[in-house]
Design a protein around this ligand. Structure first.
Ligand SMILES: C[S@@+](CC[C@H](N)C(=O)[O-])C[C@H]1O[C@@H](n2cnc3c(N)ncnc32)[C@H](O)[C@@H]1O
Length: 346
């Protein structure tokens, strides 16, 4: 996936081809404005209000207790972002955007946009992080820090998109009893796996701040009979076992290569001899070109954990060094650049 710049006319296409448009300015200025406009739509309640039907900007401003001028400007900017439409002076949520921005949708992404406020603050520290090499370390926050709630709800919303596809790709033998979900947070992936494999139960091992929120998500969904949260650090806690499967989903990018190999060696020891290791990761492409957004995610991981987006060769290398044989690699259609890698102990 690449970041772009869509030309509206032949003239704009020619200007772009001739390098007449200052691309760095366009990307930095418009990218920033689009991000914050989309976030404000959630925080100010605009999307939720529009699910009640088309409305004029004056009516919306009154209902949401906003300034009339600001509301009109925001709604017009949301049209630029292609999430709102205007017809005869009344604004509506764009049909394609409803899937992501209507809170009643099972694919609602509002929590992710809300989480972006915390991410915005972290990104404002980028220059210092690059200068000093010291990351923000988002997993060091106190368990009661409200950012855990935003973080784990955002991850849950993403997991809802991909969980059926991912769980469907992991085939466990009949009679599989126990799955360990390392850094599983919301527990949604293991819950989906348990629902597909009768008799399977999951333990999510995660830091206290994350586990607290994950437990609430699982309780609200009525899934406490299949998923249990345990608080602990995956790098130091006893893993227990033997497990039929261990999930390590979107965790390796928070750790250094040496930590990844050490963790996966302990996972190997905790797995049953024919158990399955499942790794889900946002992988950096190995190619020199074309440029993709994976490097931006890599910088995000450095900023937030002093780690990196690893390539598939690197992740497979961690798994092989820890004594695993890769059995299947599959890209996940519902999450861009995410890959599921399955392995067995050698
Ligand atoms: C990006 S989230 C992924 C959540 C979930 N596995 C998923 O794929 O949606 C990373 C998770 O790893 C957890 N985590 C990071 N470092 C950890 C550590 N040292 N011990 C336990 N959990 C950790 C975080 O608390 C967070 O819940």
């Amino acid at each position: 996936m690449r970041l772009g710049f869509k030309a509206d006319s032949l003239l704009e296409r020619v200007a772009d081809f001739l390098n007449l448009a200052p691309r760095p300015v366009v990307q930095a200025f418009f990218g920033m404005m689009a991000a914050r406009t989309l976030m404000a739509g959630v925080r100010l309640g605009v999307y939720t209000a529009l699910t009640e039907g088309p409305a004029t900007s004056e009516a919306l401003a009154e209902r949401l207790k906003l300034s009339p001028e600001g509301t009109r400007a925001l709604l017009e900017a949301l049209i630029s972002c292609e999430v709102v439409t205007r017809k005869r002076g009344r604004y509506s949520l764009d049909e394609r955007a409803q899937r992501w921005l209507d809170p009643r949708s099972s694919q609602y992404m509002g929590a992710f946009l809300e989480f972006n406020y915390a991410q915005w603050d972290w990104w404002s520290q980028l220059e210092n992080v690059v200068r000093t090499g010291k990351s923000v370390d988002i997993h060091d926050f106190a368990p009661e820090d409200p950012r855990w709630k935003d973080y784990i709800h955002a991850m849950h919303q993403l997991a809802r998109l991909a969980a059926p596809e991912v769980a469907g790709a992991i085939s466990l033998p009949r009679g599989a009893r126990h799955v360990l979900d390392l850094g599983g947070a919301h527990g949604w992936f293991s819950a989906e796996l348990c629902q597909r494999n009768k008799g399977l139960k999951a333990t999510v091992l995660d830091l206290e701040g994350s586990a607290r929120v994950g437990r609430e998500i699982i309780a609200a969904a009525g899934l406490t009979h299949v998923v249990t949260h345990r608080e602990g650090n995956i790098l130091t806690s006893e893993l227990g076992g033997p497990y039929d499967a261990v999930l390590v989903f979107q965790v390796l990018h928070h750790l250094s290569p040496a930590q990844n190999v050490a963790l996966l060696r302990r996972v190997r020891a905790a797995l049953a001899p024919k158990g399955t290791l499942a790794v889900l990761e946002y992988l950096r492409e190995d190619t020199e070109a074309p440029p993709s957004t994976a490097a931006l995610i890599g910088l995000h991981y450095f900023l937030t954990s002093k780690a990196a987006a690893y390539s598939s060769a690197e992740v497979e290398g961690f798994m092989e060094d820890a004594g695993f044989r890769i059995t299947k690699t599959q890209t996940v259609r519902h999450l861009p650049l995410q890959t599921l890698i399955l392995a067995r102990p050698e």
